[in-house]
Design a protein around this ligand. Structure first.
Ligand SMILES: Cc1cc2nc3c(=O)[nH]c(=O)nc-3n(C[C@H](O)[C@H](O)[C@H](O)COP(=O)(O)O)c2cc1C
Length: 334
């Protein structure tokens, strides 16, 4: 029987399948069902910096009734008071999740600015979280803000969250950096225990009749996986933090690819939403069948076997291959 166990940022997991942050993981029934069907850890949906800021705005507002500018500021925020039932509710969610399941529970904080709210990670730890995932989801629109300034702020944020905690800290990133490897190394130096590659941005479409932007959440597709495989394959062995893949993992073969690229865990949300919370059992059965058929004894044995350092053709990760691929594409006359 193959040994599916893996270590992820110091957490011992029974297999590499993790349910990434989504509202699915707010329901204790879902958590129990997913645990029964084999999932190895959960990431709770993110608590947003704006929710914490909103709480302090509301407190300030209480203290200074009549100051209209607070009321106006609040109308610009989406209804974050009820999402995750706010900061206090979030701590309760962690406590309930820890009671409901025996596997690790990772809390998630979404924020990108420095501030007192960062200390909230400490409250998450006290509530029982086994680790914190810092979800660096932000859309930089100010043309005067340099990429260096944004990256400095991210690293400082990681340093501050890390300084408040004893438990491990993962950082969930977007793929949009001029040098992903340099950024990964900087986050490593800032103390990140894991990098989660990559966040998906949910860009708004337009309605050309109403002339309104139309935010639309589209679930992922396996074709999103190669971008993640590519960067994990390059980063494997080059930095200290564990590597997680999120985005496009839909089958056991996708999990195998993640491990071969060098990831410690493969995360899923869209596939769980599409196939139900019992889907992990099917993935794990298929994973066991595939690995047995291919005579692997452990997940560890395949880890990194297709990474940049170990691949039979590392050039495939580089530009020469990009040119080769483009020039080999035969255009057919129509
Ligand atoms: C409905 C929904 C809600 C999500 N909420 C969060 C969230 O609160 N925090 C977060 O870091 N990611 C969130 N995500 C992103 C997922 O955790 C995941 O990274 C992304 O969906 C890509 O993985 P997938 O291809 O398995 O879906 C959400 C995704 C969906 C579909």
């Amino acid at each position: 029987m193959i040994d599916l166990s893996t270590q992820y940022m110091g957490l011992a997991l029974k297999n590499p399948l993790v349910a990434s942050a989504s509202p699915l993981n707010e329901s204790m029934d879902n958590l129990r069902r997913m645990e029964d069907s084999g999932i190895a850890a959960f990431v709770l949906p993110s608590l947003f910096e704006e929710q914490l800021t909103l709480e302090s705005v509301l407190i300030d507002q209480d203290l200074s009734r009549g100051a209209d500018e607070f009321a106006e500021a609040i109308t610009y925020l989406p209804n974050l008071e009820s999402y995750n039932t706010g900061p206090e509710g979030y701590l309760e969610l962690i406590r309930r999740a820890k009671q409901a399941v025996a596997i690790p529970v990772i809390a998630s904080l979404n924020g990108t600015t420095l501030g007192g709210w960062v200390r909230y990670a400490r409250e998450m730890e006290k509530a029982g979280a086994d680790a914190v995932e810092l979800n660096l989801y932000s859309m930089e629109t100010d043309p005067h803000k340099s990429s260096e300034a944004v990256e400095d702020r991210y690293c400082e944020l990681v340093r501050q969250v890390k300084a408040s905690l004893q438990i491990p800290v993962a950082v969930k990133l977007s793929p949009f950096f001029s040098s992903m490897t340099y950024m990964a190394k900087r986050l490593d130096d800032a103390g990140a225990d894991a990098l989660v590659l990559f966040n998906r941005f949910y860009q708004a479409d337009f309605d050309i009749e109403s002339l309104e932007p139309e935010p639309r959440l589209v679930l992922s597709d396996p074709c999103e996986l190669p971008l993640r495989l590519h960067w994990v394959a390059i980063l494997y062995g080059a930095i200290r933090p564990s590597l997680a893949i999120t985005g496009g993992v839909h089958s056991a073969k996708d999990v195998v690819k993640c491990m071969m690229a060098g990831a410690q865990v493969a995360m899923m949300t869209s596939a769980l939403i599409q196939n139900g919370v019992r889907y992990p059992r099917r993935i794990l059965d298929d994973l066991t069948d595939w690995t047995t058929e291919h005579e692997y004894e452990s997940i560890q044995q395949m880890r990194g076997s297709m990474s940049y350092r170990a691949a039979p053709n590392p050039g495939a990760f580089e530009r020469s291959n990009y040119m080769k691929m483009l020039s080999s594409y035969a255009l057919r006359a129509r």
